[in-house]
Design a binder for this molecule. Structure first.
Ligand code: ADP
Length: 740
């Protein structure tokens, strides 16, 4: 492609683009020119405007001026060229200035005036020392560069950070070229200042971003990444040190986690150590707290003069001046903050804060990622511990219910090789305990994606040993799509065997119990008949042959009659006892008060003859066999009257207490009392503490009470002190709602 023809004005325009801060490579690309060509144009341009100039007064008036010594024609030509150049310079958007050989300013353009905020007329004759009086090191750098030029005339360029009109520092590229006087000697220099701050910042930003991005992508822990991130900031931007703060929402405070310093200073190290040691509560005032609280960056020009900066004393000792802090954010959530310190005063820099916010968000994402990875690792290790320690095994199956995974515990527990099961469905292998319909039910559950629990399955090993498994599983969904099942299994062979033994024992027990009941019933029932016969024939014998018998024989007959009567009583009691189990009615809600009233009617004779005083609470409804409850009250109240003190009429109270899920009934008396060692024995069949002469009875009353209470799933016991009366207590479950 034929190259474009460039005239001087177009070339100047292109060069100006670069002088205004445009990137050289971008300009070359845009205009399709080679960088070398561009540089040649720039040199030409700068040396053209650096032609000997007289900035303020018309040269003709100056006797000593180089123009004054020229022939008139040449002088006029030159003056014209000079005016053009001057106008051009004046219109240039970049600061341009002139200096004499002695370093005094000869003049400058409007852009220079605006850049430094100095009125150019008043500055003529002054030196760079006065321009940068607040930054002597900047003046010194310029003077050194000038010295170099005086020694080796020509052009020279260098970068320098200089303070400008608003006190902020800007990055400048300084082009300087000497010009000669009429005598051919160096008369002064012309300088052009190109502000490269924006370009510099782009470079710095890129450098920081690249470094941070690299660190964050390579690190797997926040602790190892953060010093590098802090270093990227400090080293690129010239800040002395930095730290990361973490917000601990659980502990309710925040803490400095990592620090970094680019300056080798014991005082700064000490300052950072103080930061690391402290834990701050959110309520306290402070720099970091403000950032964490607002989620916005903050800047302090002088930390030693700022009251809200809590570490001011230590910072002053470390020689730190300015500070800025940025939030580490994840969306709306503030996870922590980064803070940085400079040894010189720095004005708040919007650019820096904006860039910092972007980095803060990057760090936030990184922290969230690391946290997620940590959580994952933790849950994996928990899973490993769980499967390693549990005696159960873990399994997975796919959408088609084919087994895809079986943990090693399976073979360890059952001795069955899982390989033949992998890739197959549960029902494709025989399980002797399950019928076709059992399998169909199970399949239906899986097809409906329902969880299942304790699905019992019998497998037979190749050696013919039967192994019982219990499986529980739940469906797995990803993005609402069914992915299969996962679950656990356990070997329940032992439990199954124990169950078989237990069932056999239970069946045996019920059978023998029933036999015993039957035996007691039959025995007592069938014994009654021959006994009655003994009784009546003995009486007949006595009546008919009584006068033929002697006194001894009559006495013996009396013993037989008495024995038979007692035996009859015993058999009747035994029969009553066995009937509690065999003849009981179904339990249904009945008023306990009714049962008590009937018992009192039955006891009327005993109550009247003993002069007993009976009191009672109002009794609730209970779920019971009312005949048996009547008997229960009757036996207990009967005993309370029977075992009374000789010299005191009996007083009996029937009470009831609400004990949560049950009623607690009590029958208390003021009788003879019971010694504690007999508290259990008295509830056994035929166990009594007295002779029949003292207190009549067979010792079966309380045994019947116990059997009745047992049948109602309650408990019965006695509380007593010998000679001080007794209280018999028994419980009944409350009627559940809906029980009829
Ligand atoms: P029996 O009343 O026929 O002797 P029980 O089984 O009813 O048989 O009572 C067993 C024993 O418990 C009684 O012999 C008596 O010693 C003791 N006993 C029962 N109730 C009371 C009571 N209210 N006061 C003192 N002793 C009692």
């Amino acid at each position: 492609m034929p190259g474009r023809q460039w005239d001087a004005a177009s070339k100047a325009k292109v060069v100006l683009e670069g002088l205004k801060g445009g990137s050289e490579s971008a300009i070359c690309r845009r205009h399709r020119i080679k960088p070398a060509e561009y540089r040649r144009w720039r040199k030409q341009f700068l040396s053209n405007i650096a032609r000997p100039l007289e900035p303020r007064r018309p040269p003709s008036e100056d006797k000593g001026h180089f123009l004054a010594e020229m022939p008139r024609k040449v002088r006029e030509e030159s003056a014209k060229a000079l005016r053009v150049a001057q106008e051009l310079i004046e219109a240039l958007p970049i600061p341009v200035f002139f200096k004499a050989r002695d370093g005094r300013h000869l003049g400058a353009n409007r852009a220079w005036e605006a850049y430094f905020g100095v009125e150019r007329d008043s500055f003529v004759g002054k030196t760079v020392d006065e321009l940068f009086s607040s930054a002597p090191e900047v003046a010194a750098r310029h003077k050194a560069a000038d010295e170099e030029l005086w020694r080796n005339p020509g052009t020279r360029s260098y970068e320098l950070e200089v303070p400008v009109h608003d006190g902020s520092f800007r990055h400048t590229l300084n082009y300087k070229a000497t010009f000669a006087g009429a005598d051919g000697k160096v008369a002064g220099l012309i300088g052009a200042i190109i502000d490269i701050t924006d370009r510099k910042r782009v470079e710095q930003r890129q450098a920081i971003e690249h470094r941070v991005a690299r660190v964050l992508s390579e690190s797997d822990s926040v602790a190892s990444a953060m010093p590098e991130v802090l270093a990227a900031f400090c080293e690129t931007l010239g800040w002395a040190c930095g730290a990361r703060w973490r917000l601990d929402t659980q502990a309710g405070g925040f803490r400095c986690e990592e620090t970094w310093r680019s300056v080798d200073s014991a005082d700064i190290a000490e300052f950072l150590a103080v930061s690391r040691k402290s834990t701050y509560q959110p309520g306290q005032a402070g720099f970091i707290r403000r950032v964490l609280g607002t989620g916005e960056p903050a800047w302090i020009v002088d930390v030693t003069a700022e009251k809200s900066f809590l570490r001011g004393k230590e910072a002053a000792k470390a020689g730190l001046r300015s500070a800025f802090a940025l939030p580490i954010r994840l969306g709306d959530q503030v996870l922590g903050a980064l803070e940085f310190f400079h040894v010189e005063e720095q004005q708040a820099d919007e650019w820096l804060l904006k860039m910092g916010a972007a980095i803060g968000a990057q760090v936030g994402h990184f922290m969230a990622r690391v946290q997620a990875e940590q959580d994952l690792r933790l849950s994996e290790s928990r899973f490993r511990s769980l499967t390693g320690l549990s005696s159960d095994w873990y399994w997975e199956q796919d959408e088609e219910f084919r087994l895809t995974f079986m943990s090693s515990r399976f073979v360890e527990r059952t001795g069955i090789d899982p390989a033949p099961f992998i890739g197959r469905r549960r029902w494709e292998q025989p399980a002797p305990n399950l019928s076709e319909s059992d399998w169909a039910r199970h399949k239906g559950q899986l097809e409906r994606h329902e969880p299942f629990f304790d699905f019992e399955m019998e497998r037979v090993t190749p050696e013919g040993v039967s192994v019982w498994l219990s499986l529980s599983g739940e469906p797995v969904f990803e993005d609402r799509k069914f992915r299969g099942y996962r679950g656990v299994g356990s070997d329940i062979t032992d439990r199954k065997r124990a169950q078989v033994v237990l069932r056999a024992a239970y069946e045996e027990l019920t059978r023998s119990n029933a036999e015993l009941q039957q035996f007691a019933y039959v025995a007592s029932h069938d014994l009654q008949e021959p006994l009655r016969m003994i009784g009546s024939y003995t009486q007949l014998l006595e009546r008919r042959y009584g006068d033929k018998l002697d006194a001894d024989a009559r006495e013996f007959m009396g013993f037989i009659v008495e024995g038979a009567t007692r035996m009859k009583q015993l058999i009747e009691d035994l029969l009553a006892y066995s009937r509690v189990g065999t003849r009981g009615k179904d339990l249904r809600p009945v008023p306990a008060q009714g049962a008590l009233d009937r018992a009192l009617v039955n006891l009327r004779a005993a109550i009247e003859s003993s002069g007993a005083q009976i009191t009672c609470d109002s009794l609730p409804e209970v779920s019971a066999d009312d005949t048996q409850v009547t008997q229960l009250f009757q036996n207990l109240i009967g005993n309370a009257i029977k075992f009374r003190k000789k010299d005191e009429p009996p007083r009996v109270h029937i009470g009831v207490q609400d004990a949560g899920e049950e009623w607690r009934f009590s029958v208390s008396d003021n009788g003879i009392g019971i010694e504690p060692q007999y508290f259990e024995r008295i509830f056994m069949v035929f166990q009594r503490l007295h002779t029949r002469d003292e207190y009549p009875g067979t010792g079966i009353g309380l045994a019947i009470c116990k059997k009745v209470v047992d049948r109602h799933h309650g408990r019965i016991w006695v509380e007593s002190a010998y000679g001080k009366g007794s209280t018999f207590i028994f419980t009944f479950h409350k009627i559940q709602k809906g029980e009829t």
